[in-house]
Design a protein around this ligand. Sequence first.
Ligand SMILES: [Zn+2]
Length: 143
Amino acid sequence: MKTRIAKDFRWEMGHRLPFHDGGCQNIHGHSYRLRVEISGEPDTNGMLLDYFDLKTIVQPLVDMLDHSFICDESDTVMCAFFRANPMKTVFVPFSTTAENIAQYILEYLKKEFSKINNKRVEVLTVRICETEATFAEVSSSIF
Ligand SMILES: [Zn+2]
């Protein structure tokens, strides 16, 4: 029977949206929550993927992002600031909306899942929450 399992991750990260007319153009941060959900057919033991293995795949990404500033490479103000004041920064080629961050994480995890030899995992879904009340979600087949 097709089954979905998920694991949640959290980290703190700063960002800003230079194009935004409201408060989001200012430097601010979120306690991001990530839900990684996979679906497929469990094995004869009733296991789709060991949660430990799921954490092994996702945690390096979380560690990379935690307490960083995720910076749009086209944000000349912030790029100049971080050149003058080096600190933990993750440069990305997109505007750092929740939607785009979800897509970025989905593409990262698709590559990581393709490296493990688990053909049971068919669909990967990534949900990013910037607040308790909002989320952006993207989904893709792995193969
Ligand atoms: Zn924000």
